[in-house]
Design a protein around this ligand. Structure first.
Ligand SMILES: Nc1ncnc2c1ncn2[C@@H]1O[C@H](COP(=O)(O)OP(=O)(O)OP(=O)(O)O)[C@@H](O)[C@H]1O
Length: 308
């Protein structure tokens, strides 16, 4: 099947800075895809190249088989990019702006019902006639999404849609993107929030300093991280890790009173062996919790950096 987005040997140089260095991967049709990376990794540059807003120095990008440069008209018809910032004419109302935008794509009144539906799903109906300049930040963000979807593009790209939004709007955006995905749209999401990528995305690409450093199904990426943690609540506090058997010292992540967190290697350590060692040392615990690695752990393992 043709990829929703095919990225081949893409390089982008801004004078001395290499923002993207031979990046190459496919985003499968119908997938919910996450693009992750720390500040300056090249995510926005790549998204802007995919959306036809920035030209790659070399390499090619195709949307559903249509080259973003050679066939830019067709490529723009089938992609919707939700940017981070809203660029708008303050004198238009939401509905005017959306109908205008729809007109750019060659649609007329037959598309008004879809625009009304978008306003409804995004809870913007009662603001439809309000000028854009009077909207709150959260509403502007919802307008950005509506704007990117007026032409019902099969491929939807959202650049950090939940950055700086409140919990309520974040939940709404999650529900909305899931709905679009269920309807068959390919969704590409860039985010700094690992729990967001973990919760929504089936497949993930990680960029770091302009290079692709990981590309896999989310579950595979998570399972590849070699460590998991067990947190024990001890019945009596321990003063120092020296009270624990020597063999556990290099596995202790933290010890605070009765709370002991141990990191285990998935292949080399067995939970039952570690618990036996603790019991044999006369240390008892009242509670035990195991935690699987998060994408934050995976990212840290791959890059040595935390996501900020
Ligand atoms: N127009 C530009 N001119 C010069 N350098 C640029 C330009 N746009 C981006 N860069 C540089 O390219 C690199 C990649 O930036 P980009 O914005 O793509 O990263 P990002 O992963 O989207 O970061 P963030 O998460 O902070 O948005 C950075 O070093 C940035 O400074």
């Amino acid at each position: 099947m043709t990829a929703a987005v095919h990225i081949s040997q893409v390089r982008k140089k801004y004078r001395q800075i290499t923002a993207l260095n031979n990046v190459e991967f496919d985003i499968p049709q119908g997938s919910f895809f996450g693009l992750l990376g720390p500040n300056g990794a090249g995510k926005s540059t790549l998204i802007n190249i995919i959306g036809g807003l920035v030209q790659a120095t070399s390499g090619t990008v195709a949307i559903l088989g249509h080259d973003v440069r050679q066939e830019w008209r067709k490529a723009r018809q089938i992609i919707g990019v939700v940017p981070q910032e809203l660029v708008y004419d303050p004198f238009f109302s939401i509905i005017e702006m959306l109908r205008l935008q729809s007109g750019y794509f060659g649609y007329g009144k037959e598309n008004y019902a879809w625009i009304d539906e978008l306003l409804d799903i995004l809870s913007l109906t009662d603001k439809a006639d309000t000028n854009l300049q009077y909207l709150s930040g959260g509403m502007k963000r919802r307008v950005l999404i509506a704007q990117a979807l007026v032409h019902k593009p099969p491929v939807v790209i959202l650049d950090e849609p939940t950055a700086g939004v409140d919990v309520e709007l974040r939940q709404m955006l999650w529900a909305f993107t899931k709905l679009l995905h269920q309807k068959g749209h390919t969704i590409v999401l860039t985010t700094h929030y690992l729990e967001e990528a973990e919760a929504l995305c089936e497949r993930i690409a990680i960029l770091n300093q302009g290079q692709l450093i990981a590309l896999d199904d989310t579950q595979v990426l998570l399972s590849r991280h070699p460590y998991k943690q067990i947190a024990l609540t001890l019945t009596t506090p321990l003063i120092s890790i020296n009270n624990l058997p020597q063999t556990l010292h290099d596995k202790v992540l933290s010890l605070e009173g009765t709370e002991l967190v141990i990191q285990l290697h998935r292949e080399h350590d067995r939970v039952s062996d570690v618990l036996d060692t603790i019991r044999l040392a006369g240390i008892h615990f009242a509670d035990l919790k195991t935690t699987e690695p998060s994408l934050e752990d995976v990212f840290l393992g791959l890059t040595g950096r935390h996501l900020v």
